[in-house]
Design a binder for this molecule. Structure first.
Ligand SMILES: [Mn+2]
Length: 317
């Protein structure tokens, strides 16, 4: 059932022993949402824990400083943040919480998570926009740490306010968060300037695999398990690579095929102009946003690439 902001605030304030679920392979928005919400609920004396199969990448460590996951077994209320589909939760979390999600807060057009209540704002550039509104509406004070978490979600999901999902509201919220103490400069350096050495090695390997299709309107690269080994990198560092494919002049759709340890491929897709990334991935059982989406395809690589190109071709021709 779709609910509005006030109802979501009421649910959160009235419940206790709250579990927050970010998606697996966590990014700045899902973690910013989870930790901002946890920090806010902590302030009004709630017991709150965040549950995620995957570890939290080092670069987000400022968000978790001084936060302690509460320890309780009688879980009363489960909230998913930025999770569009049950498959985006890690396996352990998925098994434990499927059919038990009370509230989902999200901004994906393609949201199909089974939940009791859904607060969906498809116009929000980041789930953190909605979390910001929730905290504000609840009257809980937004301190510097909360502002840092929310700013992280806003900036990362909007590509540092460059993507077309950025609205005047996104910019207004970012400016309010800076007024509330968010370290926008430090966060931007960490998220958009700094690259690890392992990432640079991986990027070099991946860019050599680039192939162009459909009269150079489509660019595809792939990442193999071997490349992680050779570079010392891992899946958590792959996000900036997909953005690169879309930056090439004339490219309308860019994609990365990431090999999983089971030999299947996780696809991340980015589009330019009016091409609908979510619709393309929808043909392959995935989804996402109009300009950024993903799906999963069986291996081997040739199979995955062929299926992906087929789906893309339906939109390009
Ligand atoms: Mn998001």
């Amino acid at each position: 059932m779709k609910i509005d902001l006030n109802e979501a605030v009421r649910c959160l304030v009235e419940n206790d022993n709250i579990v927050i679920l970010p998606h697996d392979h966590p990014d700045g928005d899902t973690l910013g949402s989870a930790f901002a919400l946890k920090r806010a609920l902590d302030k009004i004396g709630k017991k709150v824990k965040i549950v995620c199969d995957d570890g939290i990448p080092e670069k987000y460590s400022y968000m978790i400083q001084d936060v302690k996951n509460d320890d309780f077994s009688d879980e009363k209320f489960v909230v998913a943040v930025d999770v569009a589909d049950i498959s985006l939760l890690g396996e352990k979390t998925r098994e434990k919480y499927k059919n038990k999600i009370n509230l989902a807060i999200d901004h994906h057009t393609s949201n199909r998570l089974e939940c009791e209540k859904l607060l969906l704002d498809e116009n929000a550039a980041a789930c953190c926009e909605t979390i910001y509104e929730i905290i504000k509406e609840s009257g809980i004070e937004i301190d510097k740490k909360i502002a840092d978490c929310l700013y992280t979600g806003l900036s990362t999901d909007s590509g540092c306010f460059r993507y077309s999902n950025t609205t005047s509201r996104t910019l207004r919220m970012a400016s309010e968060l800076v007024d509330l103490g968010a370290s926008h400069f430090d966060i931007n350096v960490i998220m958009f300037e700094t690259k690890t050495r392992t990432y640079m090695k991986l990027e070099n390997l991946v860019m050599k695999t680039m192939q162009m299709y459909y009269d150079d309107r489509c660019a595809i690269v792939n990442i193999s398990q071997d490349m992680y080994e050779m570079s010392g990198s891992n899946e958590t560092e792959t996000d900036p690579i997909v953005a690169k494919t879309r930056q090439i002049e004339g490219v309308l759709v860019g994609a990365v095929l990431r090999e999983k340890s089971d030999g299947s491929f996780k696809v991340s897709l980015r589009t330019n102009k009016d091409l609908d990334a979510s619709a393309i991935c929808g043909l392959l059982g995935g989804g996402g946003h109009p300009k950024a989406a993903g799906c999963q395809i069986d291996g081997p690589l040739e199979n995955a690439r062929e299926k992906l190109l087929d789906a893309i071709g339906k939109f390009l021709n």
